[in-house]
Design a protein around this ligand. Sequence first.
Ligand SMILES: [Zn+2]
Length: 642
Amino acid sequence: MLGVRLPLGVRSLLVASVALVAAAAPAPTAQAHAHDLALFLLEHRVGLERYSTEERGDTSVLTAHFEYLDRGTKVALDTTLTYSSKDFTPISFESHGKSYRYFSVDTSVPKAARTANTFTLDGMAPLSAQSVLVRYWLVHGKPPIMRLAPSGDSIRIREIPEGTELTYLHSHPARRFVIEGVIWGQEVLLLDAVDFEVIAAGTTAGVLNFEAATGDLSPERAATLATIVRGLTLDAATERPRVEPFRSSHFALTGARLVDGTGNSPVEHAVVLVNNGKIEAAGAAESVRIPKGVPSIDVSGKTILPGLWDMHAHVGQAEWGPVYLAAGVTTARDMGGEFEAVKTLRDSWRDGRLVGPRLLLAGLVDGPGPNAFGAVTASTPAEAQAVVRRYKNAGFQQMKIYSLLDRPTTKAVVDAAHSADMTVTGHIPDGLTLREAVEMGFDNVAHLLVRGAPGSDELRDTIAFLKAHGTVMDPTISWSELLGRSPETPVASFQPGIEHVASPLRRLIESANGGDVTPQQAQERLTRSLEIIKALHDAELPIVAGTDKGVPGVSVAREIELYVQAGFTPMDAIRAATAVPARVMGLDKDSGTIAAGLRADLIVVDGNPLTRISDIRNVTHVCANGRLYETAPLWASGGFKP
Ligand SMILES: [Zn+2]
């Protein structure tokens, strides 16, 4: 089993807990009865889906109220699905509210068209409606492809027979379904084999990991089940065909312009020789001899650059892997996800069980309480030390501080991280100022949290202070642009990469905007932020490109474009997504530039980003750790459009 490796103790716990579900599973009746699903965001129990099904003769009515608290923000969705009691064909559908703090759902289908193999649904919530979808699929002979109304998206469902690796579920008649296309990527639904109520689900809210587990379980057992179902979603990813590299081991790229990321002038008609995961040689054609028998790939007219870095990632699903590579990202720093999920993805991408970039990890820790982000919290220095030790032992590079940590606990995280040879990044906790956090020892600061009007003394002082401390900033300005846009400004007008995105996610992203803001106001805010970023850059503070998820993969290109808009040279903007992050992460002797002996992480793009920065979007080939891929099959493998 690829996903979560369960200690035996956890397995026996599960046997006990699923037996409990079996005992509590209600017999199917004609009456309405309410069910609860506990909801988890990054494994933290945050809310409830309460649903009931009422059978009125030929027609059944599912009513669901889905509600959770995301870091203090209420997210709620009300849904009514009417369907045929006999064969689960939808009759009408209403779903209004939000499924994630930024993403709205507002769907009304008063009279569903009874088209073959079509089901009415919009998004992952409510999970109980997805159980009806599965029943529809089963009753209609398991069609290989189905359509969703009203979106028209195609979805695929498959059932995974319980394998020997799932012995911990054998005591319970559960059925496991993998659904692809309701969200971006795959979800796993564990349904009661008798009454088809949801036992557990692994899905995403926005793109953050989100789980549900039956409310019949104790909180501890529900949480364990949520972790297990996340492991099953990662297992499901290994069952899909994998994109194979176009070349690996020993090969040469010839004829392109080489921008090596050091800041040196480009070399025209260059050769880059890759051997066994490393760059063997790189430079002008006449200076690099291609050994006999080594295949050459002619990439004349294109530009070779170092692989890009996303310094503010939130991965959690396997589909990120090929999408990142297709966008040219060969290293991503995860800034907070589920402990087991990010470790499994890191290891699977590294070992080639799944296709994806190198993943560096920052361990998320927040203060306790219902508004916490994620399940890992600390409320005392002793707890802080234990959390840091756990992340360190799992090979995390950094700690990611979150908003609710109190002052002494924050200090304990910082000190424990530094003694463990880890660096510290994060949000500034609610009770601290930027200066206090930096004085406490924050090495990096996430998001653009620098205050002061461009040109003001306040800004100048802050910049001087940050410079004195060598603070690294990842401004995630592309994310601010996306969330702060005026509803009148289409996403595609500044982010053409949205065209790649799997349509269920595209709809969600396009539902987010800055609310009551005119295009001019949004532009003014963005310009002010860009002026601050430029001032930080002019003061030689390290700026690293990060997306905070954004539009998966392609937001890195937007971040780079915005740095050029701020006034960076194209070379400096590219270096903010290559050489600078490598240096910041202590990996500049390993990667971030193109030179003999370094890791073979590079991209080939059509055009010349030094003269037209948006050419950075035209990645035709990506070489990740010496494995060369064409990007079109990677996009498709991640469920995106090439
Ligand atoms: Zn983040």
